[in-house]
Design a protein around this ligand. Sequence first.
Ligand code: ADP
Length: 376
Amino acid sequence: MASVKLTNVKKVYDNNVVAVHDFNLDIKDKEFIVFVGPSGCGKSTTLRMIAGLEEISGGTVEIDGEVVNDLQPKDRNIAMVFQNYALYPHLTVFENMAFPLRLKRPKMSEDEIYNRVTNAAEILGITEYLMRKPKALSGGQRQRVAIGRAMVRDSKVFLMDEPLSNLDAKLRNQMRAEIILLRKKIDTTYIYVTHDQTEAMTLGDRIVIMKDGYIQQVDTPQGVFDWPSNLFVAGFIGAPQMNFFDAELKKEGNKYYVITDHGKFEVTGDKGKKLAEKNIGDRKVTLGVRPEHMTLVHEKREDTIECTMEVNEMMGSELHLHLSTETGKKIIVRVPTISLDDEFRKHLTYGETLYVTFEGKAMHFFDPETTNNILV
Ligand code: ADP
């Protein structure tokens, strides 16, 4: 069992920088939690406070119900993997992995150390490198050793601080899949820090999105994608970024419409239902629509935005069309290449006119003043 609970946790550095304000979170046993947000938002500081590598300025951190604020890192029963691997260059892979075990008191037997290291090496597929020094390994192999060194300790909580950010894109994807598999093999509690929203979405049971030392939203990947709590989360999760428009919400009979400078669109699906449930009246909103929820149509209609083609980014299976609306607003539309007929293909060059629409269930509505999602 290893739950982690943070209550009113705060970090003020010596230079009076408040890195983390009033952080509250209950992490369940065996949960995979990801802290995500732009650089400087306080992710690492929070992780380091859980690890005991950074003093806690206020609030409490509990592991399995025990307040650990004043416990040394070695007494917290956690394992941590760092971005820069932190391997000892003069030791072999075997000795790097055995290192934390050799520090244990009472002393661990050589047989036990051998078993634990070779077992971890097998899980990670690095058995054949055990006698090598770190400099004779690739970045991905070094990262596996760093994970192995954390694994051998039977820790209650596994902390990972940007473990993949030093790897090239291909290796990063591969290691991401390996971490998902690792999780199946070592069923413990994970807290993982990244600035990469794709890593957060693919790895996390729940994601904690942070900005400027404050939590913005805690939810499942699907939850933050479908119901982002505010404009920041909406823009941060999903790539390319969600498109935003100034708009008016209008109720006509029992239907809701959203009117922008460019067109009038009916709100449907869960979004329409939620508006009715909350009995929301006519009001100004910031409308958000994800690029992949926009489609091209052949002719101008009431529910289309007339756009001028600017840049066509060919991604193979899909296109990212950078368009400019009649009012000069820049939007991005993501279309599957396979969905395009010859007529559309003729219009995919600079300066051509395209008509874009989107379904009412794909809309998100934010308060232009507070930036909060009006339906969450
Ligand atoms: P993240 O991991 O999200 O990139 P950090 O937790 O590293 O962010 O940093 C959060 C804030 O605290 C930043 O403004 C950063 O400059 C500041 N900070 C981090 N470490 C220190 C330190 N040792 N002393 C002073 N300020 C720090």
